[in-house]
Design a protein around this ligand. Structure first.
Ligand SMILES: [Mn+2]
Length: 463
């Protein structure tokens, strides 16, 4: 039972919010609409709350919660009496302007300053207004452009070799544009590697156009999602209109640019949908959730509170069966074979570095898979898997060892790149191409790559 002391304009507001949750008893010296309150099952005690008798009438000894909402220095006297008569209740009192120490020494559980709470609400609204303002700008840029488009469509570009975050973000932006009656296509360059990405595109029926299928003249609004660097631009465009991304330091410019330092672009787009009151379809929600999950390496890398909040919002819309299928795609026979070769051919140096040559293969995506897999072997903390794909030697490396920076190592050794824990490189086969004997080629490639890697890591090999 809740006892509310003080039924002025503020007390009324509070009672309105809580009246259907728990039984309430109101105390005030004067209460006008007693009959209405009684109809709503609210008990009313008319009297002076500084007097024991009044408080007892309200059965204050048995109150679970007492709210002291009157607004004068008399609150002190009320609070004293309440503490005495109802020691076990949870007591919330309203702060009174000009009396900062009003309740000092009393056992009040929570003092609420309504001015401060109001100010905080407004400050939160300012944050919210920024997002509202942003979306107004996005909409007006798209709609203004559309007027001059003569029926041409919008093109949403993902980066080269798009990942789930890029694909999901593009899907979300396309959905938003459709709501604004603007038709959009999603374009990508490179290829959709990894089984997870392919499974995602297939199961969620995402319609993606490869840049070979795209005639840029058919489009008049161009957006970039999940990249802001010209190196990632899959095709030449005259001008970008929109960039939405979470990578800093990009060199691309656009009329609308929203770059946030968060774990995934999918989070930014999820927040857009939320603000626009657009409930995502199951497919879109699943894509966005997987985008956040995979870009943050299962909510472990670069993840922010914002990403968690967006993922939580998506949670009730996602299709968990499809999500599970995307997370654990069937592994193709070829990738299985490359993994098997990587295991059999591994050479372990310095106790924990595995180097493995897998020969000639057709699918380069098998290399990172094999490098990931080898890393799971007992005692192995760093893996380098390499093979020949077409006219190149491709290398993929993984490490759990924080002392090594694989991005740096592969850059130094072969002009490759990547992160501390995962990196790759591609070297032209060059003169090795002339070697037709497979066994001889294996030896040459294996020795050359191994020697260079060990040299850069700083290990001298004996024997
Ligand atoms: Mn991303």
């Amino acid at each position: 039972m809740i006892v509310v002391i003080g039924f002025g304009s503020f007390g009324r507001k509070v009672v309105n919010f809580i009246k259907n949750k728990e039984p309430i008893t109101i105390i005030d010296k004067q209460i006008e609409d007693i009959d209405d309150l009684i109809k709503e099952n609210i008990k009313v005690v008319v009297g002076d709350a500084t007097e024991e008798e009044t408080l007892k009438k309200a059965n204050i000894e048995n109150a679970d919660i007492v709210l002291i909402l009157t607004n004068s220095e008399v609150n002190r006297n009320i609070a004293e009496k309440v503490c005495e008569l109802s020691p076990n209740s949870y007591k919330i009192a309203r702060a009174v302007q000009g009396y900062p120490e009003l309740y000092s020494g009393l056992n009040i559980d929570k003092i609420v300053n309504i001015l401060e709470s109001g100010a905080k609400d407004i400050a939160n609204e300012v944050d919210n207004a920024k997002l509202k303002r942003k979306l107004m700008k996005l909409k007006s840029i798209i709609l203004e452009k559309k007027k001059k488009c003569n029926g041409k469509k919008m093109l949403i570009l993902t980066h080269i070799n798009p990942d789930p975050d890029a694909i999901a973000s593009a899907m979300a932006l396309k959905t938003i544009c459709e709501k604004w009656d603007v038709e959009a296509d999603i374009g990508y360059g490179g290829n959709i590697g990894y089984d997870e990405n392919k499974t995602m595109v297939n199961l969620l029926e995402v319609n993606l156009l490869s840049i070979d299928q795209i005639n840029i003249d058919d489009y008049c609004i161009i957006a970039a999602v999940d990249f802001s660097s010209s190196k990632q631009l899959p095709m030449e465009v005259e001008k970008l209109d929109i960039i939405i991304d979470h990578h800093a330091n990009g060199d691309l410019e656009a009329d609308y640019k929203d770059i946030l330092n968060v774990g995934a672009t999918s989070s930014i787009l999820t927040n857009y949908l939320k603000e626009l009151n657009m409930e995502p379809s199951r497919k879109l929600a699943t894509a966005l959730f997987y985008g956040i999950e995979s870009d943050t390496n299962n909510f472990k890398r670069g993840v922010t509170r914002f990403d968690f909040e967006c993922a939580a919002y998506l949670q009730s819309y996602i299709d968990t069966t499809i999500l599970e299928m995307i997370e654990n795609p069937e592994i193709s026979t070829e990738i299985m074979e490359v993994i098997a070769k990587a295991i059999i051919n591994r050479q372990v140096v310095k106790g924990n570095i595995a180097l493995s040559y897998v020969g000639e293969i057709t699918n380069r995506d098998a290399l990172p898979k094999a490098a990931d897999f080898l890393l799971k072997m007992e005692g192995i903390s760093t893996t380098f898997v390499f093979g020949i794909v077409g006219d190149y030697i491709e290398i993929s490396a993984r490490t759990k060892d924080v002392r090594l920076n694989l991005g740096e190592i592969l850059k130094k050794a072969f002009g490759g790149g990547g992160h501390q824990t995962a990196a790759g490189a591609r070297i032209e086969l060059g003169i090795f191409k002339a070697v037709s004997d497979k066994e001889a080629l294996r030896k040459l490639v294996e020795e050359a790559i191994k020697a260079k890697i060990l040299e850069v890591i700083g290990i001298k090999e004996k024997e």
